[in-house]
Design a protein around this ligand. Structure first.
Ligand SMILES: *[C@@H]1O[C@H](CO)[C@@H](O)[C@H](O)[C@H]1NC(C)=O
Ligand SMILES: *[C@@H]1O[C@H](CO)[C@@H](O)[C@H](O)[C@H]1NC(C)=O
Ligand SMILES: *[C@@H]1O[C@H](CO)[C@@H](O)[C@H](O)[C@H]1NC(C)=O
Ligand SMILES: *[C@@H]1O[C@H](CO)[C@@H](O)[C@H](O)[C@H]1NC(C)=O
Ligand SMILES: *[C@@H]1O[C@H](CO)[C@@H](O)[C@H](O)[C@H]1NC(C)=O
Ligand SMILES: *[C@@H]1O[C@H](CO)[C@@H](O)[C@H](O)[C@H]1NC(C)=O
Ligand SMILES: *[C@@H]1O[C@H](CO)[C@@H](O)[C@H](O)[C@H]1NC(C)=O
Ligand SMILES: *[C@@H]1O[C@H](CO)[C@@H](O)[C@H](O)[C@H]1NC(C)=O
Ligand SMILES: *[C@@H]1O[C@H](CO)[C@@H](O)[C@H](O)[C@H]1NC(C)=O
Length: 693
């Protein structure tokens, strides 16, 4: 019995030990380093990369449009990323929950792959989450440039990130940090300014979108802080705003010094602030397609500037390396991947891209190192975003979409973006602010009651929309109605004829006219005229009634011929969904304070004409903007102030010195120092004078 007991004990212990070992062994086998959030991101990337096949790596480099995707395609081709093109939505007027479900459905496909690498979904949220019904639509970048308010930009970034995440999306193709040098360019409104310094300041939207790099952490590495933030994308690298005659996707002819001092500076700021991705420009630099430019993408961006995030192509951008587009796709794949592009926005035919890239790697045209570099960068951003820990979105943020707090912020942005160009036929007869109490006032113009027009391109549809049912917001007319005294009669007529105008008495009129929505090439224009019948409306109304004209446009347009007949003129840019911001300043609840982010030309044959040019003879110079005081702060007299240009110049100087000091800390940049040696702020160089009109 005794020895039986002993044998029994030995047996029990053996089982315990063996099982324990097996348990321990099993545990070790189960431990997967890349899945361990306690590991440093670099170690996770390395571990995961080491486990991947070529097929899995190439899949990570592919981004396709949602219409080309199914959960099975995500799984079978190991697709790394999805996007919504402009206006590509799960259904008309889709709710945040509809978006979340669609994206989770695709994500489930990706998660069911061997390694379970989550896909990253990207979208053009370029002025708020603009594809999404009910989202807050912020002013387009040109209007934000007029605010000169980096803190506002950071707060807009915060709000936009929340709205994007509300729909389950972790990545936006914004901000556009183009420096538009010619308003004939159809994307000029996507540019904050013609002045690189203003564009640099506006990169403050990046810490808003991604979160601020904590004090003490290393600057200049991609950074996204948590589930309420999104990865940003500085675009379009580089020189997109400098093309000949402003032709979209055309050729930017400029020497290296010009490229570095005009088009490059905002990339330094973006990288310092931790931007996660950079999108390459369709345009060429001195006849070389940027999508095939190894010197600038690999040499300069990744080498000199030490950018560590991933570089993404534009939509079919690699196809357009050849002319005609897509005529030698294998070459396009070779040239773009060799140039240093990491993720390719394909967006439709993933099998063709995958087959070509696989062929090129297997035949040693492209090295495995190049593929590993691309995939490591993509994985880094996915780890940063927390996608491995929380790949599926939930509905916890849906109430952020179009929230009142965000609409209030957009309204603040609108009123700060308005640039008052004229106020009264002479300096002591100002028209603005307008009295809220009047017996009868007229509101006119094609843009007075059209939410689509005031939002511009990249809103709901790629090319924008017309009318008031595309999304939710307040038109300028709606805002006026809500602001005037209840006894003031508001008459709205889009284009009243002169007979009607003469037979009615109006205390004053507000006329809103401008451009119809456009996006990209569709917006290229040689004439820059306002849409019909805008000029007739101005002539008729302003010929009969004291009038304030509000221009809704993505850029300066021809105004000189009408200026003398107008009592007050406001550039409102493309203000977005919160028209109330326009009324806030018109009726004096807040003062006008915007400053021109661009030179306002007299005639198109002056173009291109930017501040600093020798032939500078603008209708209104860069930086111009009259101010009014808020009626709320005081009781009488609507004085018009000249801007305190001395103070503005001093601030520019201080900002310049600040950036110079900051720059010097950037070890990599002799050229930056070179640039700042030459830097005199445009405002400093060109004392602004009031124009004669
Ligand atoms: C849009 O917002 C309004 C007001 O909050 C709400 O009633 C409506 O359900 C929303 N619609 C969608 C599609 O989200
Ligand atoms: C995705 O998969 C999870 C877990 O299997 C499941 O709970 C969820 O319903 C799926 N979501 C969609 C939209 O298919
Ligand atoms: C970093 O420090 C500055 C100045 O001390 C402070 O204003 C800022 O809020 C800090 N930022 C973070 C992210 O902690
Ligand atoms: C620029 O535009 C001109 C005129 O449309 C065209 O002939 C030329 O090919 C374009 N160049 C590039 C680089 O796109
Ligand atoms: C595509 O481009 C490559 C590289 O320039 C060239 O060798 C090849 O002949 C081209 N193919 C066609 C079909 O033009
Ligand atoms: C994708 O490209 C391949 C190769 O050029 C072609 O055979 C195929 O028809 C294309 N598929 C689609 C859906 O366009
Ligand atoms: C101000 O108004 C008075 C009276 O209307 C006029 O005589 C004078 O020229 C105006 N001053 C200026 C600077 O326009
Ligand atoms: C808005 O209304 C117009 C005309 O009534 C209609 O054609 C259009 O489809 C509507 N748009 C949306 C987004 O509902
Ligand atoms: C504004 O008021 C006018 C006149 O009362 C009315 O015709 C119009 O429908 C109102 N429009 C909006 C958007 O409130």
């Amino acid at each position: 019995m005794k020895w039986v007991g002993r044998v029994w004990m030995v047996w029990v212990w053996s089982v315990v030990i063996l099982c324990g070992r097996r348990g321990a062994l099993g545990k070790e086998e189960d431990y997967v380093k890349y899945k361990d959030p306690k590991q440093p991101v670099g170690a996770r990337v390395e571990d995961l990369l080491g486990r991947m096949t070529l097929e899995e790596k190439i899949g990570q480099m592919v981004q396709i449009e949602r219409l080309s995707a199914t959960p099975d395609i995500m799984k079978d081709y190991k697709i790394g990323s999805l996007l919504s093109g402009g206006g590509s939505v799960p259904l008309q007027k889709a709710t945040a929950a509809d978006w979340v479900n669609m994206i989770n459905n695709f994500q489930n496909g990706s998660l069911s792959t061997r390694l379970g690498i989550p896909m990253i979904y990207g979208i053009d949220a370029v002025h708020g989450h603009n594809n999404v019904y009910n989202a807050t639509i912020f002013p387009h970048n040109i209007g934000l440039g007029a605010t000169r308010d980096p803190d506002l930009l950071r707060r807009i970034g915060d709000a936009t990130a929340l709205e994007i995440r509300a729909t389950g999306i972790p990545y936006t193709f914004a901000p556009c940090i183009a420096v538009c040098r010619d308003p004939r360019w159809g994307r000029c409104y996507e540019s904050y300014s013609e002045d690189p310094k203003v564009v640099q300041e506006m990169t403050e939207i990046i810490p808003g979108l991604q979160g601020e790099i904590p004090n003490g952490s290393r600057k200049g590495v991609p950074y996204v802080i948590g589930k309420n933030k999104v990865a940003a994308c500085a675009k379009h690298f580089v020189g997109d705003g400098g093309t000949t005659k402003g032709i979209n996707e055309n050729n930017t002819l400029i020497d290296m010094h010009g490229l570095l001092s005009i088009h490059m500076p905002a990339y330094y700021d973006s990288i310092i602030k931790g931007v996660s991705t950079v999108m390459v420009s369709y345009s060429s630099w001195n006849d070389k397609k940027m999508h095939a430019n190894h010197e600038l993408i690999t040499g300069f961006l990744k080498g000199t500037l030490k950018f560590k995030g991933f570089v993404i192509s534009d939509w079919q951008g690699i196809d357009r390396i050849t002319y005609p587009s897509h005529s030698n796709y294998t070459y396009s794949v070779l040239a773009s991947v060799q140039a240093g592009i990491d993720m390719i926005m394909v967006p439709f035919n993933h099998t063709e891209f995958i087959d070509d890239l696989t062929y090129l790697v297997k035949n040693n045209f492209i090295t495995m190192d190049r593929i590993d570099d691309a995939v490591a960068r993509i994985l880094l951003i996915k780890f940063n975003l927390g996608l491995f820990e929380s790949p599926l979105a939930d509905l916890s943020l849906v109430n952020e979409l179009g929230s009142q707090a965000h609409r209030d912020l957009a309204r603040e942005a609108v009123r700060k973006s308005l640039v008052l160009l004229k106020n009264g036929k002479n300096a002591n007869e100002s028209l603005l602010p307008l009295p809220k109490k009047a017996s009868k006032i007229l509101v006119a113009g094609s843009h007075a009651d059209n939410l689509g027009y005031q939002c511009g391109g990249w809103t709901i549809g790629w090319q924008g929309f017309s009318g008031n049912n595309g999304t939710r917001g307040t038109t300028i007319l709606g805002a006026i109605n809500a602001t005037v005294d209840k006894d003031t009669e508001v008459v709205y007529l889009e284009n009243p004829d002169s007979k009607y105008l003469k037979s009615n008495h109006f205390d004053y009129a507000i006329v809103a006219v401008g451009e119809h929505p456009y996006t990209e090439t569709a917006g290229d224009s040689d004439t820059l005229t306002m849409a019909d019948p805008g000029s007739d409306t101005i002539k008729n109304v302003c010929g009969a009634v004291k009038c304030a004209v509000i221009i809704i446009s993505g850029r300066p347009i021809v105004m000189e011929p009408y200026l003398s007949g107008i009592d007050a003129l406001v550039a409102a840019w493309l203000p977005g969904s919160e028209g109330q911001g326009v009324a806030d300043a018109l009726f004096g609840d807040y003062g006008f304070m915007g400053q021109l982010p661009r030179t306002w030309f007299r005639t198109v044959d002056q173009l291109p004409m930017n501040v600093g040019d020798s032939h500078y003879d603008p209708l209104f110079p860069f930086g111009f903007g009259l101010t009014t005081k808020s009626m709320v702060a005081r009781s009488v007299s609507a004085g018009v102030d000249r801007r305190p240009y001395g103070a503005v110049a001093l601030i520019f100087l201080l900002v310049g010195v600040y950036f110079q000091v900051k720059r010097r800390k950037l070890a990599c940049s002799w050229f930056v120092l070179h640039r700042f040696r030459n830097s005199v702020t445009p405002s400093g160089r060109h004392p602004i004078e009031l124009q004669k009109f």
